[in-house]
Design a protein around this ligand. Structure first.
Ligand code: NAD
Length: 458
């Protein structure tokens, strides 16, 4: 079949593969190829066991793979063969040298730019999909413009706003698609080309454009605002616990103000995932770099509150279980950083599990999708850890249940059955405020929600 357009994506991760699967699904006349240096990952995308769990993802991959969606290891030839290249490689926080623990590590990004330069034999549109510090496109352009001859590269910014757990729905019905470009003739032409792809299924009024730097910065700012809301409500949950105010009631009253809105006002053990913390730190670093110390420390406090909330949660467990966890069995319900994903990167469950182990508790970790990743996160950590998928088996014989992920299945558990199988007094720490606390209390549990009065029989 002759395809109308040929699109490549470099980076077959949580963003690259699902977003390209959506393009392939919506545009059957385009050929979409995804490449990665991680060959195991490419093999997994070509197998029946996809490397990423997302509701709805398997269906669209199965429908398009081998027809107009391809996963390949041949980076060189794919660069040569495609004229539109998305770059969706990882941009983690730098762990070394200048800007360590703050700035984005752009080594993968730069290597990709050099690969594109090395293998290109014709002009191309290169699209930043990774989240990047503002002005990265300038560095990209400098590398790419070192090409000799007539090959030209036009760099666009098209940050991805999808959220894991709802990625497919977000990609299919996004709030907006943002395309940043230079406002030159060739920049605007490339921008129209990319708009044409999204316009196949997204209304034009939702496809917004801006200059390159606004586009790069908007993604960092969107994540910073989302994380800030989580930290804001979490900080108030600490005050609620001291004053007998109830965080759910406060959030409802505050969220009904249309200027504030009711989304992202759920108190819990804090945000996780590969993006929020790294993107805020990146913003903090940028502000410091430009000499904006007060702005930097304002945003840094969002990360500090997130850490504080997890420390508070652990202290609460320890204090209420008579000051010692040594030898006690704690059932950790949920390890993914949020529901409906297998992703455990930066999950609060990592720190909380480490602290429980440091207190010499025995932990039994249960999660419907993330046990493999959980075992990887905790590999090399000393302590007594078991991984049990079935929630009832995991909880049996435990002193406490600790809910760390808002999986829907935890709302529907038979807590009476679980209570019967546990050591008494049985404790329940609901780090996500997702279960019926009064009901669990009436069953016999000592219940400790976030930002609400504890319900205890002790
Ligand atoms: N995960 C999210 O929810 C999300 C949402 C929006 C934006 N983002 C951003 O998107 C980017 C990618 O995130 P992700 O979660 O998909 O990361 P990821 O780690 O899951 O995937 C990145 C992939 O890029 C590959 N890679 C690295 N260097 C390469 C190279 N030179 N050539 C080919 N492949 C290479 C890696 O092997 C990896 O498989 C990041 O900048 C992230 O901040 C992530």
């Amino acid at each position: 079949m002759k395809f109308k357009k040929k699109i490549l994506c470099i980076g077959a991760g949580y963003v690259g593969a699902p977003s390209m699967a959506m393009i392939a699904y919506k545009c059957p006349d385009y050929r979409v190829t995804v490449v990665d240096i991680n060959h195991e990952r490419i093999d997994a995308w070509n197998s029946s066991q996809l490397p990423v769990y997302e509701p709805g993802l398997e269906r669209i991959v199965k429908e398009t793979r081998g027809k107009n969606l391809f996963f390949s290891k041949d980076i060189a030839n794919q660069i040569k063969d495609n004229d539109i290249i998305f770059v969706s490689v990882n941009t983690p926080t730098k762990t070394y040298g200048a800007g360590a623990d703050m700035a984005a590590d752009l080594q993968y990004w730069e290597k990709t730019a050099r690969q594109i330069l090395k293998y290109s034999q014709s002009s191309k549109i290169v699209i930043e999909k990774s989240t990047l510090p503002v002005k990265t496109a300038l560095a990209m352009e400098k590398i790419l413009s070192s090409a000799k001859g007539r090959i030209k590269f036009e760099v666009l910014s098209n940050p991805e706003f999808m959220a894991e757990g709802t990625a497919i729905n977000d990609l299919e019905n996004p709030d907006r698609v943002l395309i940043g470009s230079h406002e030159t003739k060739s920049g605007l032409k490339a921008r129209r080309e990319l708009m044409g792809i999204y316009a196949r299924w997204i209304p034009l009024k939702k496809i917004i454009t801006s200059n390159l730097w606004s586009s790069e910065l908007s993604k960092l700012v969107a994540n910073a605002f989302l994380a800030q809301r989580v930290s804001s409500i979490n900080s108030i949950s600490a005050l609620c616990e001291k004053t007998e105010a109830d965080i759910t009631e406060v959030a409802r009253a505050v969220g009904m103000d249309s200027r504030i809105g009711n989304k992202f006002l759920k108190a819990g053990i804090g945000f996780g995932g590969s993006c929020f913390k790294k993107d805020i730190l990146n913003l903090v670093y940028l502000c410091s770099y430009y000499g904006l110390k007060d702005v930097a420390s304002y945003w840094e406090s969002v990360v500090k509150i997130n850490q504080y909330q997890q420390e508070r949660f652990i202290a609460n467990i320890l204090n209420n279980m008579f000051g010692t966890l040594a030898g006690k069995k704690i059932c950790v319900l949920g390890f993914a950083f949020k529901a409906d994903t297998s992703d455990t990167r930066e999950s609060p469950a990592i720190y909380i599990s480490q602290q429980l182990l440091a207190e010499h508790a025995e932990i039994i970790i249960s999660d419907p999708r993330a046990l493999k990743n959980a075992a990887m996160e905790l590999s090399g950590i000393e302590g007594n850890i078991k991984y049990v998928e079935d929630t009832y088996r995991a909880a049996a014989g435990c002193h406490a249940l600790v809910i760390l992920t808002d999986w829907d299945l935890y709302r529907r558990l038979d807590f009476r059955k679980i209570y019967r199988s546990m050591v008494k007094p049985a404790f329940l720490f609901d780090g996500r405020n997702i279960i019926d606390h009064k009901k669990c209390f009436s069953i016999g549990f000592n219940v400790y929600p976030i930002g609400k009065k504890a319900l205890t029989h002790l």
